[in-house]
Design a protein around this ligand. Structure first.
Ligand SMILES: Cc1ncc(COP(=O)(O)O)c(C=O)c1O
Length: 373
C-alpha cells in the first residue's frame, strides 16, 4: 500500500486527489451499522470509488457484494477477486453478452433486466453453455431512466423471465436517482418511502403469482436510509455515501466534515481583490454541478476554509474563483477543494493519496477509472 514517497501534503504535487481514510472508514461503519440495525444487506455501488482496495474494504466492513454499472467495471472487480457482483445496467448487445459469459467462471454475476426481448437475448447467449445466470428486474420508481413500472408491468416481466431456463429471477431493484432533484429533505423522505414501498409491493405481487423474489434492493445516497427501512426491503446500494461530496451537503444529506475526498490545488495566478486562479480546471474537477436537475451547489466545488472564494468558472486547466472583498492567498499557496460530485472527479485521476489527519500514509490505484464500456 505504501507507494507514495511523500509523508506530508507539502511534498505532493498538485492537483492531487486526497482521501481521508478516517472519514471514509467512519462513513463505511455508519452504512454497515444502518444495514445491521435493519437486518438487511448492503451492496455498495462502486461507481463512486472505482477502486479494488476500497471494494475489499467495503466487504471487510460487511458488504454482501458490490454493484457496478459497466461490464468493464465488473471485469476489473471480478479479476481482483470480488465474487458477488450486480451489473445494474441493462446489457443486450451480443458482443457484451459474449464478454459477460467469460466472466461467469470468476464471480457470481447478477444482471439487470427491464425488457422481455433483453431476457430472450441473455437466454440465447447462454443456451448452449453450461451456465445459467441470476437476473434482477430493474423497476422505475420515478427516475424515468431504465426500468419497468412497479406492480403489473413488473409482474408481467417476471412471468416472461420465468420462461427461460437459463435465467434465474432472484430480485427486484430500483435507484431513486431523482432524489438528487429534490428541493427539500421532506421531498427526499417522500421519494425514499415510495422507492421502498413500490419494490416491496411489486415483490409481493410477484410472489402472489407464484414467483419468489428473494432480493428487494433499493438505494441512492439521499434515500437509502429511508427506503431501506420500509418493510420487505432486503438490501441497500448506496454509492456516493462512501465519500459524500458538495452535492450531498447541498441536499442536506451530509456535512462538509463527512466528506472524505478533497482536491489539493495550488494558486497559479491572482488579483487579490478580484480573482484567484487555481490549477484545478475541468480536467480535475469536472464541470459537474449535479445530475437530475440538482441546483444545490454554488460554483464548481467548495474551497475549504476560504469563504471569500467561489469557484465560478472552469476551463480545462484553470479554476477561476471570484473573490468577495479580499483574500490573503498568495502565489503557490495551497487550498483544498471538496468536489461537487465525487464520482466524476474520481474518474479523472489515476490514484488516491491516502492520509490520516494530514499525514500521507499511501496511495491506491483507481483501477476502474475510464471504464466506459
Ligand atoms: C442502479 C444504481 N444503484 C445505486 C446507485 C448509487 O447511487 P448513489 O451514488 O446516489 O448512492 C446508482 C447511482 O447511479 C445506480 O445507478
Amino acid at each position: 500500500m505504501e507507494t507514495k514517497a511523500a509523508t506530508s501534503f507539502e511534498q505532493l504535487d498538485t492537483p492531487s486527489l486526497l482521501l481521508d481514510l478516517d472519514i471514509m472508514e467512519t462513513n463505511l461503519r455508519e452504512i454497515a451499522a444502518f444495514a445491521n440495525q435493519q437486518g438487511i444487506g448492503w451492496r455498495p455501488h462502486i461507481k463512486t470509488h472505482k477502486c479494488v482496495e476500497i471494494a475489499r474494504k467495503q466487504i471487510e466492513y460487511g458488504a454482501c457484494g458490490i454493484t457496478v454499472a459497466k461490464l468493464s467495471e465488473a471485469e476489473v472487480m471480478a479479476k481482483a477477486g470480488i465474487t458477488d457482483i450486480l451489473i445494474a445496467y441493462p446489457l443486450s448487445s451480443p458482443l457484451k453478452l459474449r464478454k459477460l459469459a467469460s466472466l461467469l467462471p470468476l464471480a457470481k454475476i447478477t444482471l439487470a433486466v427491464d425488457d422481455p426481448k433483453q431476457a430472450e437475448r441473455i437466454h440465447q447467449c447462454l443456451e448452449h453453455t453450461a451456465s445459467a445466470i441470476d437476473v434482477w428486474i430493474k423497476v422505475d420508481t420515478g427516475l424515468h431512466r431504465c426500468g419497468v413500472e412497479p406492480g403489473k408491468e413488473t409482474v408481467a416481466l417476471a412471468k416472461e423471465i420465468s420462461k427461460y431456463p437459463k435465467l434465474r429471477l432472484q430480485g427486484l431493484f430500483t435507484h431513486a436517482g431523482h432524489s438528487y432533484a429534490a428541493s427539500s429533505v421532506q421531498e427526499i423522505e417522500r421519494i425514499g418511502i415510495y422507492e421502498g414501498q413500490a419494490i416491496a409491493e411489486s415483490a409481493e405481487w410477484c410472489e402472489k403469482e407464484g414467483i419468489p423474489i428473494r432480493h428487494r434492493s433499493v438505494g441512492s445516497t439521499p434515500t437509502f436510509r429511508i427506503s431501506g427501512k420500509q418493510p420487505g426491503i432486503t438490501e441497500v446500494r448506496p454509492g456516493n455515501a462512501v465519500f459524500f461530496d458538495a452535492i450531498q451537503v447541498g441536499l442536506g444529506v451530509a456535512t462538509f466534515e463527512q466528506c472524505a475526498l478533497r482536491l489539493l490545488s495550488s494558486v497559479v495566478s491572482l488579483r487579490p481583490q478580484e480573482r484567484v486562479v487555481l490549477d484545478t480546471g475541468s480536467k480535475s474537477l469536472s464541470l459537474d454541478q449535479g445530475a437530475h436537475g440538482n441546483a444545490t451547489v454554488k460554483g464548481f466545488g467548495h474551497v475549504v476554509d476560504h469563504p471569500e472564494l467561489t469557484l465560478q468558472r472552469l476551463s480545462e486547466e484553470h479554476g477561476i474563483a471570484a473573490v468577495a472583498r479580499h483574500t490573503n492567498l498568495a502565489l503557490a499557496d495551497r487550498v483544498q477543494i471538496i468536489p461537487n460530485h465525487a464520482c466524476t472527479v474520481v474518474n479523472l485521476f489515476d490514484s488516491y493519496v491516502l492520509h490520516r489527519k494530514g499525514t500521507v500514509v499511501g496511495e491506491w490505484r483507481i483501477d476502474a477509472r475510464g471504464k466506459v464500456q
